[in-house]
Design a protein around this ligand. Structure first.
Ligand SMILES: Nc1ncnc2c1ncn2[C@@H]1O[C@H](COP(=O)(O)OP(=O)(O)OP(=O)(O)O)[C@@H](O)[C@H]1O
Ligand SMILES: [Mg+2]
Length: 273
């Protein structure tokens, strides 16, 4: 559903993305993790065709800038971009018309999402008068209404209350079961534990490593947070425990831990001496 090859984006002389490769099939939930400024949002904006870039991005086999690709893309931006003087209800009507959705079905789907996100009481509020979390919920519903086949969620849990986070996790899993490919960037790693299939760890515009859940074993399959820190912080501080239970199982995925093998070899040499 999503293929990203050698995506490179420069702002002036600075690389925000460098040779980023990503792939998601229908029904997969991919997670993009990385420290602030790693290039996660820029990657998403390039996938959406909102920014110019070098490299190749296809959505459903179509170039990202084509109308066919745009029709099946949904996006929840880092910061909700709503119309301040439209009410919540008017936003959903606007999306229904803009995407030429069947109004009856769209209304039904919106009703379901509104109830799940507990937004019923604010339907006639102007969006400028909503709390941050409520705006985020409206933004998510707007992205879901057209039934996208590829959904890009940039920090979707930000500002949501615990009930909404739980509900969104369930929604994401349901959508994946229906065949939607979903790419999520988040700093709240615990909120995607247990639902992800693929994880990409980014740093300084590059993908450090990618991990397939099905190929991870034991504690490594359960703790995305552990993987994140192992890749982005000091390797030694996380991997020093010699206990077999904490040693990553051998797997065949694309995990690479830069510098770590050299560090290990150096340590071994020291020991031998
Ligand atoms: N419009 C812009 N002009 C210049 N530089 C930019 C622009 N947008 C992003 N950058 C730079 O690109 C790099 C990647 O930014 P990006 O927003 O993609 O990071 P991020 O991983 O989403 O970070 P965060 O976790 O804070 O959301 C940063 O160094 C940022 O300063
Ligand atoms: Mg970002």
């Amino acid at each position: 559903m999503l293929r990203v090859k050698k995506l490179t984006k420069k702002f002036g002389r600075k690389y925000a993305n460098e040779n980023v490769n990503l792939a998601l099939d229908s029904g997969e939930i991919g997670v993009l993790l990385g420290p602030n400024g790693a290039g996660k949002s820029t990657t998403m904006k390039c996938i959406l065709g909102l920014l110019s870039f070098d490299g190749e991005v296809t959505v459903g086999g179509k170039p990202v800038r084509s109308v066919e690709a745009k029709k099946i893309l949904g996006y929840v931006p880092e910061t909700p971009a709503l119309y301040p003087m439209l009410t919540v209800r008017e936003h959903f009507e606007f999306i229904t018309r803009a995407y030429h959705l069947n109004s009856e079905k769209a209304r039904e789907y919106a009703k379901e999402l509104i109830e799940r996100f507990r937004l019923t009481e604010v339907l006639d509020y102007y969006c400028k008068d909503l709390s941050k979390g409520m705006q985020q919920k409206v933004s998510i519903i707007c992205a879901l209404l057209p039934h996208p086949k590829l959904l890009l969620l940039d920090e979707p849990m930000m500002g949501l209350d615990p009930h909404a986070i739980k509900e969104l996790r369930v929604m994401i899993s349901e959508l994946a079961e229906e065949g939607v490919a979903i790419l999520i960037s988040t700093h709240l790693i615990s909120t995607v534990e247990g639902i992800w299939n693929k994880a990409y760890i980014m740093r300084k515009g590059q993908i450090l490593s990618s991990h397939k859940k099905e190929e991870m074993v034991g504690i490594w399959a359960e703790s995305l947070e552990r993987i994140f820190f192992a890749e982005t912080e000091s390797y030694d501080s996380v991997w020093q425990t010699p206990s077999p239970a904490k040693t990553p199982a051998k797997h065949t995925n694309t995990v690479s831990r830069p510098n770590t093998s050299k560090k290990k070899k150096a340590t071994n040499k020291k020991k031998k001496k």
